[in-house]
Design a protein around this ligand. Sequence first.
Ligand SMILES: CCCCC/C=C\C/C=C\C=C\CC(=O)SCCNC(=O)CCNC(=O)[C@H](O)C(C)(C)COP(=O)(O)OP(=O)(O)OC[C@H]1O[C@@H](n2cnc3c(N)ncnc32)[C@H](O)[C@@H]1OP(=O)(O)O
Length: 302
Amino acid sequence: MASVLRHSAKFTSGISSSLAACARNGTACAFPCHAFRHRNSSTSSKIRVDLDSSTGVAVMTLQGPPVNSMCMDFLTDFAISMEKLELDKNCRGLILTSAVPKVFSAGLDIMEMYGKGPEHATVFWRAVQEMWFKLYSSNMVTIAAVNGSSPAGGCLLALSSDYRIMADNPRYVIGLNEAQVGIVAPFWLKDNMVQTLGHRQTEKSLQLAQLYSAPDALKIGLVDKLVPEEKVLSTATETMAKWFSIPDHSRQITKSMMRKQTIDKFLSNRETDINNFANFVTKDSIQKSLGTYLAKLKKKKA
Ligand SMILES: CCCCC/C=C\C/C=C\C=C\CC(=O)SCCNC(=O)CCNC(=O)[C@H](O)C(C)(C)COP(=O)(O)OP(=O)(O)OC[C@H]1O[C@@H](n2cnc3c(N)ncnc32)[C@H](O)[C@@H]1OP(=O)(O)O
């Protein structure tokens, strides 16, 4: 990753250090507390991270036009950013959002799965797994501020967060549409969706490759809240304050207890999942489906 964490913190008064201490200790902290902030920024080509040490909130902005598709560079930047934030004692919460108009993320970059050999598929899938694992198992409070369409891998980011806020725009869609692309959602993502929606709804959603409009996503519980687009980020920040009112240690233990079974199953089957993916995605029939889907995406424009 070309990014460097730039420490641009401005220590303007003793108030800021007591707020930072509040963030570190995981004690409740009235916010928004705009005064005297410390900010750390890190930018790579695909992802920007702004950590406000005074509040303990990092905002990760996806900035890979045209559609924030998850190519290898994106996945690498994501993993490195997550590692840095996880180790940063000043960071308690993470908001994910997009700088690309109308799109949160189009999911996995289909070009990374099309016309590539098994070696590439193996490396790529490990990176995809890592993105999900890092977010799903994060100690931070994670909130997806979904300010655009969020199919497939985009929905993965939302599902693996603790809370999902979406822009109230019926033209924005979210869901796991893998089957439509001719591929299959991996078991760990299916398990993640079952936890969110329940078994029956997940089965229908996955088999029918369903993409839900924002209002429908709210109805089935795929997102937690809809707000006007311009309020998505501010609502995420307000929501974070509520989650921060719970002591970190008890919230974290609770989170890991709720997610342990899925994580254990993932870790025990990780290598098999990679092999399955590499075998599956390089099959002629699957390559044909991906090619047809890609052509359809391109044709849409013509
Ligand atoms: C049995 C063993 C099983 C093991 C597991 C096996 C398999 C699991 C495998 C995979 C899991 C995959 C999950 C995925 O994420 S697959 C990706 C699915 N994504 C999609 O279907 C989204 C497709 N995109 C869209 O619907 C629209 O682009 C979107 C609504 C996001 C935005 O629409 P908009 O009109 O703004 O933009 P477009 O004109 O459509 O796109 C612009 C540009 O970008 C290209 N593009 C779009 N999405 C992707 C993508 N995901 N990857 C690569 N490229 C993408 C699009 O083609 C346009 O390109 P160009 O015409 O400008 O060249």
